[in-house]
Ligand binder design. Structure first.
Ligand code: CAA
Length: 367
């Protein structure tokens, strides 16, 4: 089955916070060679939430922007679902905080999805499958991936921090179709996790890289099956990956290339032409967990002609992964959501490392 005709992504909204820190400034206060963060990890800037901003604020901003570009009435929203690992409460879903701000109540299914960085993809799939199943009875879904990624001070993950949200209205596929068929892989592991009550994640760094690579290789292998890998990959204009930091994606693409029997040169060409160009906004936002893949997809979709195809590889620690195929609809080319990112980047303040430490003063000595 390729695509389901009348369901897909009807509109997109993106929200980044109004503050950022350059990883070079972070390297200075950490006494590290900045090349480790810029060349070694491929990072550039960390989007930061100032006081008063959190994952709910970002989700509301992205949702308002997606809704403003949708030609439906708010009364047609029958589902609001937020994928996040920045929950504000162990019981009350982030969707309730967002629905409150948007004035959404009534005959609506409202909930939060958690599976580390994979939660946004699961939320999107559930909304699509709800529509495909007929259970939506013609209603639309508001799907949001929103996160604030912070590590303990001086943790190895500190240069990979970030924040951001991407929202979709799932209704008619004016922006994109999403294929019904997907390729999933899961395996229980403690690669990256955050126990209840712990402020910041625990990470087994090398294990997390290995899990991500294994998941990527497995999902691409499943998708290609016994077909010719070169011609399958050739069908796609671009391939977006979950971006914890850009170098992770380089390593994952190498693992995929090896799995599919590509030469080192073919893998490099695939990465340079179809993967690297999708990470422009990720380099300015840093890791935004559930939103990271979708920020890359939003960048890749903008400007695409109707019918052009994209790949989207989602990874969430713990770990679970899924590879999706997306086809541009007629509104992709105009890429209205690019204006969100351009406005947020133009309007934000690049703060000093001292301001960053001030922002995080309550986190000193905390795990
Ligand atoms: N100049 C250039 N490069 C340098 C350098 C220098 N002066 N110094 C070091 N490097 C290079 C290293 O060689 C290394 O590159 P390679 O891996 O290609 O060899 C790179 O910089 C990083 O160096 P280290 O491995 O020593 O870095 P680290 O151990 O301090 O931290 C990390 C790396 C473990 C990934 C850490 O950033 C981390 O914990 N990140 C969070 C976990 C994560 O993002 N995992 C990804 C998979 S899990 C996932 O995807 C979910 C999620 O979103 C978190």
């Amino acid at each position: 089955m390729a695509t389901s005709n009348r369901t897909g992504i009807a509109s997109i909204g993106v929200q980044l916070p109004p503050l950022a820190l350059s990883v070079e400034d972070l390297a200075r206060i950490r006494g590290v060679d900045p090349n480790k963060f810029t060349v070694g990890l491929g990072c550039r800037e960390i989007a930061l939430c100032p006081e008063g901003w959190d994952a709910a604020t970002l989700a509301v901003g992205a949702a308002r922007r997606a809704l403003s570009r949708w030609n439906g009435d708010l009364s047609r929203i029958g589902m609001i679902v937020v994928g996040t690992e920045s929950a504000k409460d162990m019981s009350r879903p982030l969707s309730a905080f967002v629905a409150e701000e948007l004035g959404l109540s009534g005959a609506i299914r409202s909930y939060e999805v958690k599976h580390a960085c994979y939660g946004g993809t699961l939320a999107l799939r559930q909304a699509l499958e709800w529509r495909w199943s007929g259970a939506a009875r013609g209603k639309a879904a508001l799907v949001i991936a929103s996160d604030v990624a912070l590590y303990a001070l001086e943790d190895g993950g500190e240069p990979t921090q970030g924040a951001g949200a991407v929202a979709f209205v799932v209704d008619e596929p004016h922006v994109a179709h999403v294929d019904v068929d997907t390729y999933a892989y899961a395996e229980p592991a403690f690669d990256f996790w955050r126990p209840v009550g712990q402020l910041f994640p625990s990470v087994q760094g090398q294990l997390s890289l290995d899990c991500y690579k294994k998941a990527a290789a497995s999902c691409f292998r499943e998708m290609v099956g016994d077909r010719d890998a070169r011609s399958v990959l050739g069908e796609y204009h671009s391939a977006s990956f979950h971006v914890p930091f850009p170098k992770m994606v380089v390593k994952a693409v190498q693992a995929v290339g090896e799995e599919l029997g590509l030469s080192a040169e073919e893998t490099k060409t695939f990465f340079d032409s179809k993967v690297d160009p999708t990470m422009v906004w990720n380099r300015r936002a840093g890791n935004c967990y559930t939103a990271a893949l979708w920020l890359s997809v939003a960048h890749a979709l903008a400007g695409r002609k109707t019918g052009e195809k994209l790949l989207a590889f989602s990874y969430g620690s713990g770990f679970g992964a899924e590879l999706l195929s997306i086809t541009a609809g007629e509104l992709a080319e105009q890429g209205a959501w690019v204006a969100d990112v351009e406005a947020d980047l133009a309007g934000r303040t690049l703060c000093s490392a001292e301001r960053y430490l001030e922002l995080r003063k309550d986190h000193v000595g905390k795990k």
